[in-house]
Ligand binder design. Structure first.
Ligand SMILES: Nc1ncnc2c1ncn2[C@@H]1O[C@H](COP(=O)(O)OP(=O)(O)OP(=O)(O)O)[C@@H](O)[C@H]1O
Length: 682
C-alpha cells in the first residue's frame, strides 16, 4: 500500500457548456521520503494536479487515497482536516500574509496544532533558524528578499509537521543561488521522511529530486527514479493537529487592523461620531429629568398628596379629566402658578372657604389612618387678599395655610410663620414693596384682609394684623403667602366664617407609595358616593418625565440615523477588505482553516471596529459632556449632561449589533470564496 495514490484522475474546465480537458486519467503512487518532480510544459496541468493532491480542488473524477483510504473531496470538514494535518504548501509567489510578521506567518500554521503557546513559539523559531532566518523574525514580508520570502514559506509549510509538502514552482522567481538553497532545503525535508512533490518546468530543478514524473497533454508520459527514496522513521511522532481556536481569528483581525491603522482610524472616528451623538442626547435626557425633578422637589414635597372634596358638578362641568381634578385640588389648596390661582378665583374660589366643600374632623382622621399615610393635615385658602404695608395695599392672589407640601427651603429670609405671623411672597409682594430692601420686611407688621361669606351667607371682611415672619420664593404659589392653620381658623372665626378645612395635605410614608395612596383616596366612598379628589406631585413628575423621555428619544433617534451611515461605512470597509485580501483567504484555506474560521476573521474585524468606536464615543461623550456642563452650569446650576452606566452599555450593545450586522454579508462572501480562485487573485 502506497502512502499516496492517485487513481484515474480526470479533470476538465468548463467555459459555459464547453469542456476543456486538462487531466486525462492520471495514475500515480507516492511514498514518504521521496522528492518527486512533476515536470511538464506550461499549461500542461501541473498546478491543476497539485490542487487536487493538496485538497483544494474538489471538482474532478477519480480517487485520491491516503494510506489506502479514499479521501472524500465532497466532505468539506474532512478536506479542511486533510489540508491542516497532511499538506504543507510552497508557492512560486511565496503567498505570505503581508500584515503578519515573519514569525506570525509561521505561527498562523502552528495555531492549528495542539502544541502549547511556548512550544509553538519555540518551534517557529527553530524552523526559521533551520531556513537561516533567525535574525529576520520581526520583519514583515515586504522587507525581505525573494529568497528570504521563499524560506519563510518553507518554514510555514513545515510548521504543522505535515507528511506531504507540495511545492508549485518554488524556485520560479529565484536566482540560481537561491534556487540551489531552496532545492537543498526541499531535499532535506524529503530526507526527514516527508513526501515532497515539486512542480517545475525546469529540468535542472527536476534533477535535484529522487524521481521525475513527466506530464504532457494531461497524461503521465514518463516516470523515472533517479535515487532511492529516503528511509522513513515510522515510529516518529507527528505533532497533533487541532481546529483553529476561536480567539486566533480575533488576534489575526486585530493584527490586520493595527497594520492598516490609519484607514481604520477614519472608520472608527466616523462610527464613533454617530454613537457619541446618541449617547450625548441620552445623557441630556437624564440631565433634564434630573434637573426638572430637582426643581420640583425643591419647591414641593414629593411625599405629599393634596386632597380636596369631590364635587360632582365641578366634575361634570369640567369634563372630569385628571388634569381638571388636579386643578381643582390645587385650587382648593391654593397651589398652582400665581396666574392659575388668579383664574381659579373667577370660578370656585370666589366663594372661597364658604362654598367649597369642607372636611369634617372624622374625614381628616379617616385620611390619616390610610395605609402608608403618616399624617393628614387640614388647610384653608382665601383668594384676593389685600396686604397693607404701611399705607400701601398689595394684592395676594391667594392666602393659604402652611402645609407639609410647602418646603422650608422656599423661605429665603426669616422663618416659617408662627401664631399671628405670615410669610409673604418675594416677587409679588416683598419686591414690589422694595426691590432693594425687601429683606427688611421681615419683622414688620402688616394688615391682611379679604372678603368671604359667613355661615349665614353674608359677605364679611376679615382683617388681621400679622407680623411678617419670612419671605418665600415658591413659584408654585402654594405657601407663597401663608399663615398657620390655627391663625387662619381664628381669623375666619372672628367673623363667624367657615373654619373647617377646604383641603387636606396627606403625608405619605415613602415616595413609592405616593401613587397607591392617591388611588386609595380617590376610591374612598361613603354611602356609595365618592368623597375625595387626590392629586400628587409624583404624577405630575411622571408626566413631565414622560415628555422629557419622548423628546430625548426622538433626538437620539434622529442622531441614530448617523448610525446607519456608520453601518454602511463598516459594510463597505469589510467588502473592500475581503476583495483586497482574497489571496490571504486562499492562503488560510490552504493552511487548513475552515469557512467558519474565515467568517470569524472578518466578523472579528468588524466587531473590533465596533468596540473601539463605542469606547471612543464614550470618551468623547464624557469629554464634550464635561465641557458642555461647565458652559451650561451658569444657566441652570446643574450638570445637564449626565451619562449613566446604562447609556454606555446601550452604546456598546448598539455598536456591536451594527458591527455584527455589517459583517454578515462580507464575512459570508469571504467564507464562500473558492480557495483556488482566492489564491489566484492578484
Ligand atoms: N480556472 C480555470 N478555468 C479554465 N481553465 C483553466 C483554469 N485553470 C487552469 N486552466 C487551464 O488549464 C490548463 C492547465 O493549467 P495549469 O495551471 O494546471 O497548468 P500548469 O502546467 O501548472 O502551467 P504553468 O506551468 O504555466 O503554471 C491551462 O490550459 C489553463 O489555461
Amino acid at each position: 500500500m502506497s502512502y499516496l495514490e492517485l487513481k484515474d484522475i480526470h479533470k476538465a474546465y468548463y467555459l459555459g457548456k464547453e469542456a476543456f480537458p486538462v487531466l486525462n486519467g492520471i495514475d500515480l503512487t507516492f511514498e514518504r521520503g521521496e522528492f518527486v518532480a512533476i515536470l511538464g510544459e506550461s499549461g500542461g496541468g501541473k498546478s491543476t494536479l497539485m490542487n487536487i493532491i493538496g485538497g483544494l480542488d474538489r471538482q474532478f473524477d477519480g480517487q485520491v487515497l491516503l494510506q489506502g483510504q479514499a479521501i472524500d473531496h465532497h466532505q468539506e470538514k474532512q478536506m479542511d482536516r486533510y489540508r491542516r494535518e497532511t499538506i504543507g504548501y510552497i508557492y512560486q509567489s511565496y503567498n505570505l500574509i503581508s500584515h503578519l510578521s515573519v514569525l506570525d506567518n509561521v505561527l498562523i500554521s502552528l495555531d492549528m496544532t495542539k502544541l502549547s503557546r511556548s512550544q509553538r513559539e519555540q518551534r517557529a523559531h527553530e524552523l526559521l533558524a533551520q531556513v537561516g532566518l533567525s535574525d529576520q523574525v520581526k520583519k514583515y514580508p515586504n522587507q525581505l528578499s525573494g529568497g528570504q520570502k521563499q524560506r519563510v514559506a518553507i518554514a510555514r509549510a513545515l510548521a504543522s509537521d505535515p507528511k506531504i509538502i507540495i511545492a508549485d514552482e518554488p524556485t520560479g522567481a529565484l536566482d540560481s543561488q537561491n534556487t540551489a538553497e531552496v532545492l537543498q532545503l526541499l531535499d532535506q525535508i524529503a530526507a526527514e521522511g516527508r513526501l515532497v512533490i515539486c512542480v517545475t518546468h525546469s529540468q535542472a530543478v527536476a534533477d535535484a529530486g529522487t524521481r521525475i514524473v513527466r506530464l504532457a497533454d494531461g497524461k503521465i508520459t514518463a516516470d523515472e527514479r533517479l535515487k532511492t527514496a529516503y528511509p522513513v522513521d515510522e515510529q516518529a511522532q507527528q505533532i497533533a493537529a487541532r481546529k483553529l481556536p476561536w480567539y486566533v481569528p480575533l488576534t489575526t483581525a486585530f493584527k490586520h487592523l493595527k497594520y492598516t491603522w490609519s484607514w481604520n482610524l477614519l472608520i472608527v472616528i466616523g462610527t464613533a461620531i454617530g454613537l457619541f451623538a446618541v449617547m450625548l442626547f441620552n445623557g441630556l435626557g437624564n440631565g433634564l429629568k434630573g434637573y426638572i425633578n430637582q426643581q420640583i422637589n425643591d419647591m414641593v414635597n414629593p411625599q405629599v398628596v393634596t386632597v380636596a372634596r369631590y364635587t360632582k358638578t365641578s366634575q361634570s362641568k369640567r369634563g372630569g379629566s385628571q388634569s381638571n381634578q388636579q386643578a381643582q385640588a390645587q385650587q382648593a389648596q391654593g397651589s398652582g402658578s400665581p396666574s392659575a390661582a388668579g383664574s381659579a378665583t373667577a370660578t370656585a374660589s370666589a366663594s372661597d372657604t364658604s362654598s367649597v366643600k369642607t372636611f369634617s374632623t372624622a374625614q381628616i382622621k379617616r385620611l390619616s389612618q390610610l395605609k402608608h399615610v403618616s399624617s393628614a393635615q387640614g388647610g384653608l385658602t382665601a383668594s384676593n387678599a389685600t396686604i397693607k404695608i404701611g399705607k400701601k395695599d398689595y394684592t395676594a392672589s391667594s392666602l393659604t395655610t402652611w402645609s407639609a407640601n410647602d418646603r422650608k427651603s422656599t423661605i429665603k429670609v426669616g422663618h416659617q410663620a408662627g401664631k399671628n405671623e405670615i410669610v409673604l411672597d418675594k416677587s409679588t409682594i416683598a419686591k414690589k414693596w422694595s426691590s432693594k430692601n425687601w429683606r427688611k420686611l421681615v419683622g414688620k407688621k402688616v394688615t391682611v384682609s379679604y372678603q368671604t361669606t359667613n355661615k349665614s351667607g353674608k359677605t364679611v371682611t376679615i382683617k388681621r394684623k400679622l407680623t411678617v415672619a419670612g419671605i418665600t420664593n415658591g413659584s408654585t404659589g402654594s405657601g407663597a403667602n401663608a399663615v398657620t392653620y390655627a391663625t387662619m381658623q381664628s381669623m375666619q372665626a372672628s367673623k363667624k366664617a367657615n373654619t373647617k378645612a377646604t383641603s387636606v395635605t396627606v403625608k405619605v410614608d415613602s415616595r413609592q407609595h405616593n401613587k397607591s395612596v392617591t388611588k386609595q383616596i380617590n376610591k374612598l366612598k361613603t354611602s356609595g358616593k365618592r368623597q375625595f379628589m387626590a392629586t400628587s406631585i409624583a404624577s405630575m413628575l411622571t408626566t413631565v418625565n414622560t415628555y422629557v423621555n419622548l423628546a430625548t428619544t426622538v433626538l437620539a433617534a434622529i442622531a441614530g440615523i448617523s448610525l446607519l451611515v456608520s453601518a454602511l461605512m463598516i459594510i463597505v470597509t469589510m467588502f473592500m477588505s475581503v476583495s483586497a485580501r482574497k489571496k490571504e483567504i486562499g492562503i488560510l484555506r490552504a493552511l487548513g482553516e475552515s469557512r467558519r474560521d474565515i467568517r470569524r476573521l472578518f466578523t472579528s474585524e468588524s466587531l473590533i471596529i465596533g468596540v473601539v468606536s463605542a469606547a471612543l464615543a464614550t470618551g468623547l461623550a464624557y469629554g464634550i459632556g464635561a465641557v458642555l456642563n461647565k458652559a451650561l452650569y451658569s444657566i441652570a446650576s446643574y450638570n445637564l449632561i449626565q451619562i449613566q452606566v446604562d447609556n454606555i452599555v446601550f452604546t456598546f450593545v448598539i455598536a456591536l449589533a451594527i458591527a455584527l450586522l455589517a459583517a454578515i454579508l462580507p464575512a459570508w462572501r469571504a467564507a464562500r470564496l473558492n480557495p483556488i480562485d482566492a489564491l489566484a487573485a492578484d
